[in-house]
Each structure stands twice: as structure tokens, then as C-alpha cells.
Design a protein around this ligand. Structure first.
Ligand SMILES: Cc1cc2nc3c(=O)[nH]c(=O)nc-3n(C[C@H](O)[C@H](O)[C@H](O)COP(=O)(O)O)c2cc1C
Length: 259
């Protein structure tokens, strides 16, 4: 099979790693791959923090919803949606005065800037995931990096227009590791031709049948079906509340205010 498709098929989220550090050549390839990713307007609206420091990893393993494997990852990369550099460049280049002269509306970053820079950051991250896999390096995204914004802002000394939107734990596969490929929903429920299609109740039941058959019937939430179980674990959970709070706090900076 085509090498890239083979790599995509083999990838699963890896949550335990060989202790071996990522070698310099491989790290260089990973960072190069990130920076060759498509980027809106070729503006590179992201930054990448390379985390090797054990104390920082230990902190992240707690601040990212208590996930101990983060502390054991040989390499952690934090992806920031970052428009700070462009606005700093605008500031030193007389863009505000220019805008006033030309009748342009000069304000701080707004939600459009946020969404584009989030896209940039995550597209760069996914290039790292695929490149890593092709080198025998497994990875796992950590969405919980979006929690505890104030703590992460201090930890990484972030300016106001750089928001940590994704994190990757990376490490070589342990010897003899057997990846567990997790199923996906059937394509017909996810890919539509030309127009969106809202799924009927019968289709929803069909779509979620596998989850319904496999969720743990005895569970700590008292959930009676897979929907209740999933909601209790995800959208209804404490970490989700913290994530919403944290993002709202960070987004105060991205509301198009006057600079
Ligand atoms: C945006 C995003 C956030 C994620 N956050 C976490 C996380 O905090 N902890 C974790 O163990 N896995 C996390 N994952 C990994 C998913 O749980 C995983 O991709 C999913 O269960 C499918 O499994 P697979 O990647 O092995 O196919 C995240 C994945 C994505 C794309």
C-alpha cells in the first residue's frame, strides 16, 4: 500500500512510550514537518513550544485533567494559536496611523483571527503526528491544554494573543507494542454529498449501535445507555466546565478590542 496511507492506517493514539529521548534528527524532522504544513496566507499564525523539562511535564500532567502519562512522554509539544507576532509587527510598522489615514478599521485580534490561527496551529500539529508515525514515534493529542489558561499563561510566559490550543505527547513505540485500532462511525453518517443531511432517529440509532453494544453497563455514573455514559464522561464532566471557563477567559483578549 501507499506509504502515507499505510502510516495513516497504522496510527493510533499512543499513551505509553519507550524511555528513549527523541533524537535530534527526528526532532528536527518533526518541527520541519510542522512548518511545512499549509498556513493561512502563509502567515504562520502559530508557535510551538518544545517541552523537555521534567518539572513542566509534571505540572502539565496535573493541569491537563490529571493525565499521568503526560509526565512520562519523552517529548511534549504545545501548539499555540498565535497572532501576537503579526500585531507586534503592525505596532512597530505604523499600521495604526496608516489605518487612520486610509479609513481602515484597526483593532486587536477578533474571532476570525482566532479561528484562523487555531486552524493553523492544529494543521501544523497534525503534520507532526503523521511525520512522527512514519518515524516510529507515537503521539497523543491533549485537548485539556485548553484548561487552566491562567496557569499555562504563567507557566509558558504567554503574551495576550497566543493561546495554547493543542498539545502532543510523543515518544518511540515500546518494544512489542500492539496498536489497538479504534473504530470510527460509518462514512454515510459523516460524509454527505453536496448538502448537509440531518440524521433521522433511526439513523442515529444505527450510527450509535456499536457504542450502545459496547459501553460498560455497570458504570460509576449510573448511566443506562451510551449517550448518558458519554455525556457524563465528556460534556457533563468537571473538566469540560473548566475548559469552557478557561477558554472564555482567554477569549477576552480576542474580541476585537481597541489596542
Ligand atoms: C483534539 C483532541 C484532543 C484529545 N485529547 C486527549 C486527551 O486529553 N487525552 C487523551 O488521552 N487522548 C486525547 N485525544 C486522543 C483521542 O482520545 C483519540 O484520538 C480517540 O480516542 C481516537 O483514538 P485513536 O487516536 O487511537 O484512533 C485527543 C484527540 C484529539 C483530536
Amino acid at each position: 500500500m501507499n506509504h502515507i496511507i499505510d502510516t495513516i492506517n497504522r496510527r493510533t493514539s499512543l499513551r505509553h512510550y519507550k524511555e528513549t529521548p527523541i533524537n535530534e534528527e527526528h526532532l528536527d524532522i518533526l518541527l520541519h514537518s510542522a512548518m511545512r504544513a499549509p498556513t493561512a496566507g502563509n502567515m504562520m499564525l502559530y508557535s510551538i513550544l518544545v517541552i523537555n523539562d521534567q518539572a513542566t511535564k509534571d505540572t502539565l500532567s496535573k493541569t491537563c485533567d490529571n493525565q499521568p502519562f503526560i509526565a512520562k512522554a519523552p517529548l511534549v509539544l504545545v501548539f499555540l494559536a498565535d497572532i501576537q507576532r503579526w500585531f507586534d509587527y503592525y505596532r512597530i510598522s505604523g499600521v495604526e496611523e496608516f489605518s487612520a489615514r486610509k479609513g481602515l478599521d484597526f483593532k486587536g485580534p477578533d474571532l476570525g483571527d482566532l479561528f484562523i490561527s487555531v486552524s493553523d496551529a492544529l494543521i501544523a500539529a497534525q503534520n507532526v503526528v503523521i511525520a512522527a508515525e512514519s518515524l516510529g514515534i507515537g503521539s497523543c493529542y491533549i485537548g485539556d491544554i485548553m484548561e487552566n489558561y491562567e496557569t499555562h499563561q504563567r507557566l509558558f510566559e504567554l503574551p495576550e494573543f497566543a493561546f495554547p490550543v493543542g498539545m502532543l505527547c510523543l515518544g518511540y513505540y515500546p518494544d512489542g507494542y500492539e496498536p489497538k485500532v479504534r473504530s470510527r462511525f460509518e462514512r454515510e453518517y459523516v460524509v454527505f454529498q453536496e448538502k448537509y443531511r440531518t440524521l433521522s432517529e433511526a439513523e442515529l440509532k444505527e450510527m450509535f449501535a456499536e457504542k450502545e453494544a459496547t459501553f460498560p453497563r455497570t458504570n460509576k455514573y449510573g448511566a443506562e445507555n451510551a449517550a448518558q455514559f458519554n455525556f457524563a464522561r465528556k460534556q457533563g464532566a468537571e473538566f469540560a466546565k473548566e475548559m469552557h471557563r478557561s477558554i472564555r477567559k482567554a477569549m477576552e483578549n480576542w474580541q476585537g478590542r481597541q489596542l
